[in-house]
Write a protein that binds this ligand. Sequence first.
Ligand code: NAP
Length: 313
Amino acid sequence: MSRIGWYGLGSMGLSMATNLQRHLASKTAMNLIYSNRTMTRGDPLKVLGATPETKFENLVAQCGIIFTMVSNDSVLQHLISSAIGSGHSLREKIFVDCSTVHPETVGLTVAKLREKQASFLAAPVFGGNPIAVDGKLVFAIGGPQKATQLVKPLIQNVMGRKVIDCGEDATKASLLKIAGNIVTVNMMEAVGEAQVFAEKTGLGMGPMEELISEAFGPVAGGYSKRLTTGAYAPPLESRPGFGVSLAIKDANHAFAMAQENRVELPGLQVARENMLAARDYAGECLDSSSMYGVLRQKAGLEFWNEKSRKGGS
Ligand SMILES: NC(=O)c1ccc[n+]([C@@H]2O[C@H](COP(=O)([O-])OP(=O)(O)OC[C@H]3O[C@@H](n4cnc5c(N)ncnc54)[C@H](OP(=O)(O)O)[C@@H]3O)[C@@H](O)[C@H]2O)c1
């Protein structure tokens, strides 16, 4: 088997790479090579036997399959440019990006790597950090079938519980991710609205959370817990579960595509405005569910609740 590389050890990437390293160790395969802007994030991986590599280009040179899990389109583009610019041969290498990026970015990356006889798979994920820790993410995957078949065993029952194969066109996997996040962000807004309603009417957040979890499922229940545990506004300098700026980026990608295709997304519009207002008020260290803080303010409550942090950035 080719040596496997991993770049990006944020809220999602570290847990995913940890599951992958454990899997490789269980198969007595070669250990993962990892890299990240902040290398110390990889210390738990090193303990598990993975090998640190400070430069992405050097990681690429040593690996046949390279996973990336980074914040946004420009970070991915920068990484791919540095791999191409390094002068190392990329022939027959497979790049697998799990980040949420615009389908256009995927299309451009596919073309650039094809010129170097390398393949690109878009493999974005559904599910937050606790699901990543459990190795139960849902993956969409798109790109050349030969590469997909080689990579699937590294995903299925390792990092993910389900792989949705979107076929040869990698942009379709990224499109599915953008579409899925329309549901995610709308659901966070709906749960936030219901919880503020429950608090203000005297019903209370406890029964509301029980109902949300029982009647609308664990995903909606998880969004409610982000509010009742205060995780929507975590301590400053911590890493939010799903940073508000990442969700705004995803919503912006959806709006760009909606506009091109003459589709309206009025629910997403409301949720994005509330996320922008939350970020203006409380700073960058917020979860995507922080529209709840703004909904609280609109109802005459403080942005913060008793479990959240109590001040802006
Ligand atoms: N969190 C979720 O629930 C969730 C769920 C599904 C999909 N996603 C998507 O998955 C991706 C990763 O999400 P995440 O929550 O893991 O994000 P995150 O915690 O913010 O981590 C981002 C990663 O990108 C790296 N990075 C950021 N800016 C960089 C730069 N300029 N140069 C090099 N590296 C840079 C970070 O390095 P440092 O460690 O040095 O900061 C880190 O490794 C995003 O596209 C997100 O939209 C997230």
